[in-house]
Design a protein around this ligand. Structure first.
Ligand code: GTP
Ligand code: MG
Length: 541
């Protein structure tokens, strides 16, 4: 067996291994650091998709196999990067980036022709046919410490975060720390695009004009470790209809699927195909009766929990908008990460959607607040969304905004404090948030929280939030504002993100009934009142 011969002859050079193991530490870096130059959303997506198409995933059983595997693969393909990782099931994989998709093809060919069931320890899940080859390892010459594995799937432990935060003096630096500790890593970003590309690859064999693209927090710059992977089916409608005979295969040619029933049928079929035909896909659940029909599944090899929806281009535009806002000012992301973490730990946001605020709506609250501070522009003043065709212009616009926006140089800490203050006294009773114009507008209906959909002002993004959830949210805004004002710098963030029962909120029900309190709460009269004095009355110290 040719591979055995190859490995028997393999002499491992430890020095070389040490040097090269640096490559494998790239996964500590976040995507933004590697892609230093600004890319438009479309450029970023294209870049990541190309990268994913040049990558394969290989399952290995031993850390010590990596170098052998690399040397073996180098006989057939040019390898650019190697990222080893562990999934939560404790399976070991390597994400290997080649220099072109032709290299991937070359690897696929040998994987297919050398497949042999007796060598079950080395499998490349990307390949339709599992490649297996036996590794002959000289254990004495290998130093396993040269290889680090990354489990990029678990949220950092709160105790560890607390310990680290206590060592940092200023709140702004604590926020930066939190952002760096929580954001998704380079490897995680690659695995997300890899997952999408892999599903795209299989589905495109059946649905000729279909591709699967990630959206939501995986691509908008606000993704935290462990966030779900939102995917949508995108159709490339071309005027060239020579493939018309394939129409009968499915309805991808009549997409966009505006009709909800069509979407349900389409996702039903896709779910079945995925369950039976795509390697590594497990736990497929069809949630077709939801407001937005989706298929939930897990990819075992990339460890991604995915939600696949039908064609929904607004969601992609929304991701683009959030991505752009995140790029416009360096303070946006640390602020959003801190507030999202705070909300999650206070149980204001939850893993599943319900009658509470979602991460998405919360992010819009933050972005709107930054618009009121002149840190971010309104949607109408962003040229990119009024003229989508001219990308060079978009880029110029971006640079121009970046260079002119520095008039507000408030610290992260001050922005955080003022965010909590702003929404502690916001007139939720009558006003809605309009990011399109960057101003508040009278609510269009009785929904407790009203955030105008930036792309469709007739819709309220936060329609799901009930009055009691909004009340809870406002109470927590007040509590957080109180902590920000009265805590020492060093304690502030730890107190904020850890729920302290001793710091309970006076929910105002003591002397009043609930509806009385809600009425009072939502008819604020704060223009002539010092906010802080009002806080004193509302909060039990
Ligand atoms: P995570 O909680 O980290 O997953 O944040 P996320 O931004 O990915 O949120 P989620 O997975 O709930 O939704 C994915 C994307 O769908 C969002 O980023 C939005 O682009 C879009 N989206 C979510 N909720 C709504 C909504 O109520 N209205 C509209 N128009 N789009 C929404
Ligand atoms: Mg998501």
């Amino acid at each position: 067996f040719v591979l055995n011969t190859f490995y028997c002859k393999c002499i491992v050079n430890i020095k070389k291994l040490k040097r090269e193991s640096n490559i494998m530490r790239y996964s500590n870096l976040a995507g933004a650091e590697i892609l230093e130059d600004y890319q438009t959303f479309a450029q970023m997506i294209k870049f990541r998709q190309t990268e994913a198409k040049k990558s394969v995933i290989i399952k290995i059983s031993e850390v010590s196999h990596i170098e052998h595997l690399k040397q073996f693969c180098e006989c057939y393909a040019r390898i650019v990067n190697i990222f080893p990782y562990n999934t939560i099931d404790n399976n070991r994989f390597v994400l290997m980036e080649c220099s072109s998709d032709k290299d991937v093809e070359a690897l696929r060919k040998i994987a297919v022709c050398k497949a042999s069931p007796e060598y079950a320890h080395c499998v490349t899940p990307f390949f339709l046919y599992k490649p297996r080859f036996k590794l002959h390892i000289n254990q004495k010459t290998l130093n396993k410490d040269n290889y680090e594995y990354y489990s990029n799937f678990e949220t950092p432990n709160l105790d560890e975060i607390n310990q680290s935060l206590k060592k940092i003096e200023s709140v702004s630096n604590q926020m930066m720390f939190l952002y760096n500790a929580l954001r998704i890593t380079e490897l995680n970003i690659r695995l997300r695009f890899y997952t999408a590309t892999q599903i795209s690859y299989y589905l495109s064999q059946l649905f000729i004009n279909l591709s699967v693209v990630p959206f939501g927090s995986s691509v908008n710059g606000f993704g935290q470790i462990g966030c779900d992977l939102d995917l949508l089916c995108k159709t490339n409608i071309s005027s060239d209809d020579k493939s018309g005979w394939k129409k009968f295969l499915f309805m991808t040619q009549v997409i966009p699927l505006v009709d909800r029933n069509e979407q349900k049928h389409f996702l039903d079929v896709v779910g079945t195909i995925m369950r039976t035909c795509i390697p590594g896909i497990t736990d497929v659940k069809k949630i077709l009766e939801a407001r937005v029909p989706i298929i939930k599944f897990r990819n075992l090899y990339t460890n991604m929990q995915c939600d696949l929806s039908s064609t929904n281009m607004t969601a992609l535009h929304m991701s683009e908008l959030l991505y752009l806002y995140g790029q416009l000012d360096r303070r946006v992301k640390p602020l959003v990460f801190t507030i999202r973490k705070w909300a999650r730990n206070m149980n204001l946001t939850k893993e599943n959607p319900g009658q509470w605020i979602t991460n998405f709506s919360l992010t819009l609250l933050i972005l709107f607040y930054l618009q009121t501070k002149d840190i971010l522009p309104s949607l109408t003043s962003i040229k990119i969304f009024s003229d989508k065709s001219n990308t060079i212009d978009n880029f110029d616009w971006f640079l121009k905004w970046k260079n002119t926006v520095s008039s507000n140089d408030e610290s992260l800490s001050k922005l955080l404090c003022e965010f909590f203050e702003y929404y502690s006294f916001f007139d939720f009773k009558t006003q809605g948030l309009c990011l399109r114009d960057g101003i508040t507008k009278v609510k269009k209906d009785v929904s407790p929280l009203y955030i105008y959909n930036p792309f469709n002002p007739s819709l309220n993004v936060s329609k799901n939030v009930t009055i009691s959830e909004l009340l809870r949210l406002v109470e927590h805004f007040q509590r957080a504002f109180h902590i920000m004002v009265y805590s020492t710098e060093k304690d502030t963030l730890v107190k904020l993100i850890n729920f302290d029962l001793n710091l309970t909120i006076n929910n105002g029900f003591n002397n009043k009934n609930k509806s009385e309190f809600i009425n009072e709460k939502f008819i604020p009269n704060v223009t002539d009142t010092n906010n802080l004095q009002k806080m004193e009355k509302n909060i039990i110290k």
